[in-house]
Design a protein. Structure first.
Length: 527
């Protein structure tokens, strides 16, 4: 029995035996300074209070404020923590915090502090309960040793002397209890649990708000469904990414567009507002979906979207229909790595060279001498700059040849593959896997020392008003022209996974990783 365990409720201290419980996230970041957005489609548990809904998912915790119909910023789960689906969860009537029972004890989330804490209780917790008329006494938890009481204030865990009578028991809501109260809900569920692609899902959790009686149901892939108490209609509450493995990211028309890696359960695009309040998804036509899976680059094309994929270059319309560009030149077996738009048409870097497609749909492969991979593209003052397997080159306006800047051609370090290009702080920057070259508009190129010690292997660049963000496998730095040093702004532990792409707007830095998208406040990174 856990007679020596102590749990102080209503404070930020949780103790089990003599060991302090884990607290997450770390104090290095405030909650709004670093936000990780994952795939919240698989819901493990739900807890409903007066007006707040807590959703515990595979990728973190979401809080939905029913008064304003908005999601608060998500918070990651502690590393290595994964409660099973259907775990009991309940809202504390005294402070509106959430308690979750797990196989190893309890998890406590206090939204006032944006703090997640865990506590070990031998036997785990299979049910949670409060006494409606005496919430001050503490939290009743059911373990394999029976019901125990976690006393509020003293924090001592003891055998529960007696349980409150049934009419005073505030218990965690279950899917079974909801279906028992409303048998018609099961009959209405098949349509709600089937998405546009005719994929079927199951309920995993349930919760009901105290005052409005709004019902919420968690699923194993569709996220959270809301059941209106009056109309009994189902409504999906979009939140998070289509899939956590984010391979491409771009700012398009004041929203963030994220492309999937193609290795997850779903593939396509996530569209989200920069304040993380609006989410929408595109997976292609309902009957077939997209013919591509891995999205390597995204660009704005007015009312449509351009995507470089493992199956060529595609234009994606608002209706989800995708048209492949220049199929006679770039077959579906040819990968495209980068795509951009000029007034004349679309440019794409492919594994067979540089592709241009005009507005009439006619395409050509630029410069027959170069049929090697082109990894990066940047349009600057009508000149198309490109990074390829043999370094950097450019295509001047009206030309059909790729030219190499003389100073770059003479530098042995810049004959390596150029993997990224960006413009920021008044300079053009090209990156190999370990160093950058840069220049002002009419000046010679300058090649910097290796940045492997600060960022590891360079994977992406993003320009802003002051300079260029350089993101690598072990960190990120902000390059400012004329500054001799490269102070490390981000370390590997600041990222949820392996970084693949980066984008910047006026306020935030967005990094796509294989474990979600992370949003940083730029003002904090540049301090």
């Amino acid at each position: 029995m856990a007679r020596g365990a102590a749990l102080v409720l209503g404070t930020v201290t949780l103790l089990a035996g003599h060991d302090a419980a884990a607290q997450y996230p770390s104090s290095r970041w405030r909650p709004d300074e670093r936000v990780v957005v994952g795939d919240y489609g698989v819901v493990l548990a739900l807890a409903g209070g007066r007006d707040l809904l807590y959703a515990f998912t595979e990728d973190g915790i979401g809080v939905y404020d029913a008064r304003f119909r908005r999601w608060e910023l998500p918070l990651p789960l502690p590393p290595g923590f994964m409660p099973p689906p259907g775990s009991p969860a309940i809202v504390d009537p005294m402070d509106r915090s959430a308690w979750l029972g797990t196989l190893s004890g309890l998890l406590h989330y206090d939204p006032r502090l944006d703090l997640v804490e865990t506590v070990s209780i031998p036997g785990g917790v299979s049910d949670i309960m409060f006494d409606r008329d005496d919430t001050f006494i503490g939290l009743f938890v059911r373990t394999r040793f029976g019901w125990q009481l976690v006393q509020r204030g003293s924090g001592i865990v003891t055998d529960a002397p007696s349980l409150p009578p049934p009419e005073r028991q505030v218990r965690a809501t279950t899917v079974e209890s909801v279906m028992w109260r409303d048998p018609g809900l099961a009959a209405r569920s098949p349509l709600a649990l089937t998405d546009e692609r005719m994929r079927d899902y199951r309920y995993t959790a349930a919760a009901q708000l105290d005052y409005t009686e709004d019902l919420f149901l968690g699923t194993d892939g569709l996220g959270v469904l809301h059941v209106d108490p009056v109309t009994q209609q189902f409504e999906r509450l979009p939140f998070g990414l289509l899939d956590r493995e984010a391979a491409a990211i771009a700012i398009v028309d004041e929203q963030v567009v994220v492309g999937t890696s193609g290795r997850g359960r779903r593939f396509g695009f996530t569209f989200m507002s920069t304040d993380l309040q609006r989410f929408a998804y595109e997976e292609g036509p309902p009957a077939t979906g997209f013919r591509f899976r891995r999205i390597l680059d995204v660009a704005d094309d007015g009312a449509t979207l351009l995507a470089a994929t493992e199956r060529g270059v595609w234009r994606v319309g608002e209706d989800g229909r995708a048209v492949r560009l220049a199929p006679e030149l770039i077959g579906e077996g040819i990968s495209a790595y980068a795509v951009t738009r000029t007034d004349a048409g679309v440019w794409a870097g492919t594994e067979r060279g540089l592709l241009f497609v005009d507005d009439a749909g006619d395409g050509l492969l630029v410069d027959a001498r170069v049929r090697e991979p082109v990894y990066a593209l940047l349009v600057l003052a009508d000149t198309v700059w490109l990074g390829g397997v043999r370094g950097m080159a450019f295509v001047a306006p009206g030309s059909d040849s790729m030219l190499v800047p003389a100073t770059i051609a003479q530098d042995p370090w810049m004959r390596d593959p150029v993997v990224a290009l960006a413009h920021g702080g008044g300079v053009l920057v090209a990156a190999t896997t370990d160093r950058i070259a840069w220049r002002h508009a009419a000046e010679d190129w300058r090649v910097e020392r290796s940045l492997a010690g600060e960022v590891g292997r360079i994977v992406a660049l993003a320009g802003d008003q002051d300079g260029v963000w350089i993101v690598g496998s072990v960190g990120a730095v902000h390059f400012v022209p004329g500054r001799a040093t490269f102070p490390q702004a981000l370390r590997r532990e600041d990222l949820p996974g392996e970084p693949w792409d980066v984008a910047a707007d006026e306020r935030y830095l967005w990094i796509a990783t294989d474990r979600g998208v992370v949003r940083f406040e730029q003002r904090v990174l540049q301090r």
